[in-house]
Design a protein around this ligand. Structure first.
Ligand SMILES: [Fe+2]
Ligand SMILES: [Fe+2]
Length: 231
């Protein structure tokens, strides 16, 4: 038996019924522990590419969007750390949490990438909402469709952007935002293997595998390996 995480059900009817999960226990029924047969089994020492293939899914919209963003950055001749930031910028949307996905993604990746890459991933979620005509970046048309044309970012987001704009790594976050586009087609599809070299040079893959290296964020990777486990 699996129980949806509270964060996935808050604000929905499922929240209350999810809290009644103990009442659903009966002889012969147990809560999910260990490998969920509904998910592909992960190797003992999972790599970043394993998470892309076996958890985020190469066919998912979010994964294709990240691969496409990274290819775009590469075609523009941007530095490899920026290409990597583009490749990973929405990893939390694909595998963890959507709200504040830049922050969750940066936290998940921080021990394995440069501080600048983690910072760019954290702040792209803010930079996306603000135009910068000096680099030809307009407020995304897609956001008018997503949030309505009247949407205005709240005060704390506007304040956060002031800090982002003044930061020495501003352009790294901005370059992620510039390449953060949804205009790709099936013909454009890219495989994660195209970025093996970039990952190899700029992502410190732990020998023990992501989730098992004792890092402060190992639990976050294990949560993606076993997302439905009771503990
Ligand atoms: Fe994003
Ligand atoms: Fe994105």
């Amino acid at each position: 038996m699996t129980v949806l995480p509270a964060i996935a059900t808050l604000g929905t009817e499922k929240h209350l019924s999810g809290n009644q999960h103990l009442a659903q226990l009966e002889p012969g029924k147990v809560f999910m522990m260990g490998d969920n047969p509904a998910l592909p089994k992960m190797p003992k020492r999972p790599t970043l590419a394993d998470f892309f293939r076996l958890r985020l899914g190469l066919d998912s919209f979010t994964t294709r969007h990240m691969l496409h963003s990274a290819r775009r950055a590469q075609l523009l001749g941007l530095d490899e750390p920026v290409v990597l930031a583009c490749l990973l910028h929405d990893i939390a949307v694909g595998g963890l949490l959507r709200s504040h996905h830049g922050h969750w993604g940066a936290q998940l990746l921080a021990p394995y990438v440069s501080e600048e890459v983690a910072w760019a991933i954290r702040q792209h979620e803010i930079a996306r909402f603000f135009a910068d005509s000096s680099v030809g970046y307009d407020y995304p048309d897609a956001y008018d469709a997503f949030f309505g044309p009247e949407y205005d970012p709240p005060e704390h987001v506007r304040e956060a952007y002031k800090e982002v704009r003044a930061h020495r790594w501003y352009m790294s976050a901005r370059l992620v935002a510039i390449n953060d586009v949804y205009t790709f087609t099936d013909e454009d599809d890219v495989d994660i293997s195209e970025f093996e070299d970039v990952i190899g040079r700029h992502f410190r893959q732990p020998a023990e595998g992501l989730g098992f290296d004792g890092s402060p964020v190992a639990h976050m990777w294990r949560t993606m390996i076993w997302p439905n486990n009771f503990l």
